[in-house]
Design a protein around this ligand. Structure first.
Ligand code: ADE
Length: 428
């Protein structure tokens, strides 16, 4: 059942959780100085007045700060979560109680997930904001006329989404311009590495409470996310094993002190398996069969296809609920493996996602990119239907403000030094 309130309609788990959500959001605000400075700066001029933003991104305390920044800047906002298990019900209740159109609750079905996206589209958005591109795909597949009639542009938060949108653009299938927020240096060099690293281990520890020191932790994929996870697992005393498909990346992992194995080899020795690849079928039946009794398996990539649970189900005789976000699959050969958060993003399903401090920079990029799209529209600039990168000035501005809030000063080049750098007549 959907409910209506002052501004729009909503569907959340329990509106009574609103007070708890409000406290969580206040805590996030206190840790997100860059986004809060943008919010303060634009709340008077309201540059997003007249713009309708539909968002599909994890409903966390940090996302609530972003949603509120858009509203303070004058936008009308309608929101859904981008994963069935990542919504914080207290946060969604707080947003609904404040009159924001939100359709998100923890534990929804896949059918409900798409129903929520459809509900957010009822505002007929002229800007979209995605994490994983499900909203953009829904517009392209189900409502292609929206691209002509309403939408002026969108932003995409995550590696998986950007990858697919670039493929769409290369095929000429993308119907409106999209800014790749993920590819900003102040996003992927921080959120993907330090955010995923810490929050993934946080999720694993909340779901298992195991000791990581001395364990063989297998990290599938050594991209930014996998590297962050591997670094943090190593820091906690684990023996980290990396699996990779790319030679240069495998070499980097080796020189970072990780042991590189194929998944077939790693399956036999791993105690904990963490997939971070963005690719399906990383762990399949033959790997489960090789695993040690008691191995723990989870995923921190965007979609739940990295660990093939259909395969595991087929070779199991029983599934037992062990504790929150932890299920034991008893295989037909008598061995057990423990799967966390149903193979969905363990950092968001079993913990609170990335810490506010890194989401501060990611969401400052989101805010500035949405503003950039609105400004281009106001100025009558026609953007192409392609994926745009974030300009370096935006990265430098966000990093500069972040450093200032941390009380860190950096040096400046003198004019003689600048000249020296460009001087191609100088040598030894
Ligand atoms: N993705 C990863 N962590 C997140 C968070 N805390 N909020 C929103 N999206 C996220």
């Amino acid at each position: 059942m959907t409910m209506d309130n002052k501004q729009g309609h909503y569907k959340v788990k329990n509106l009574k959780l609103a007070a708890e959500g409000k406290k969580l959001i206040a805590w996030a605000e206190s840790r997100m100085p860059v986004l809060m400075a943008l919010r303060e700066k634009y709340k008077r001029t309201k540059p997003l007045k007249g713009y309708r933003i539909a968002g599909c991104l994890h409903v966390t305390k940090e996302t609530a700060v972003l949603v509120r920044a858009f509203i303070d800047a004058g936008a009308q906002v309608s929101w859904s979560g981008c994963n069935p298990l990542s919504t914080n019900d207290a946060v969604s209740a707080s947003l609904a109680a404040d009159g924001i159109s939100i359709f998100a609750w923890h534990g929804m079905s896949v059918k409900e997930f798409y129903w929520c996206i459809e509900e957010t589209l009822k505002i007929k958005p002229n800007l979209t904001l995605d994490d994983g591109a499900d909203l953009i795909f829904t517009i392209h597949n189900k409502h292609p006329e929206f691209a002509q009639k309403y939408v002026i542009g969108g932003t995409e938060e995550t590696t998986t989404g950007v990858h697919r949108l670039r493929a769409m653009a290369a095929d000429g299938a993308l119907k409106y311009p999209v800014i790749a927020v993920n590819d900003a240096e102040t996003k992927w060099d921080f959120d993907n590495v330090y955010g995923t690293g810490q929050s993934t281990l946080d999720g694993i520890l909340r779901a298992t409470s195991i000791l990581l020191a001395g364990k063989n932790v297998v990290v599938a994929g050594y991209g930014h996310c996998g590297r962050g996870v591997a670094m943090r697992a190593k820091g906690l005393g684990a023996n980290v094993i990396v699996t990779e498909i790319k030679a240069t990346t495998a070499l980097k992992a080796t020189l970072d002190g990780m042991r590189v194995l194929t998944m077939d080899e790693a399956a036999k020795v791993g105690d904990v398996f963490i997939t971070a690849t963005g690719v399906k079928d990383i762990i399949v039946a033959r790997h489960f069969k090789k695993m040690k009794h008691g191995a723990i398996v989870c995923n921190t990539g965007h979609y739940d296809c990295e660990v093939n649970l259909v395969d595991l189900q087929a070779i199991s005789k029983e599934v037992k609920d062990v504790r929150a976000n932890n299920e034991e699959y008893v295989m037909k050969d008598g061995k057990s493996v423990f799967v966390l958060a149903k193979g969905r993003l363990v950092n968001l399903a079993a913990a609170e996602g990335h810490p506010s401090e890194v989401m501060d920079m990611s969401f400052a990029n989101q805010f500035m990119s949405q503003l950039r799209l609105a400004n281009a529209h106001k100025e009558g600039k026609k953007l192409e239907n392609k994926v745009y990168d974030i300009p370096d000035e935006q990265d430098q501005e966000i990093a500069g403000v972040k450093l200032a809030t941390m009380g860190i000063k950096i040096d400046k080049l003198t004019s003689a030094q600048s000249k020296y750098m460009d001087d191609y007549s100088a040598g030894t």
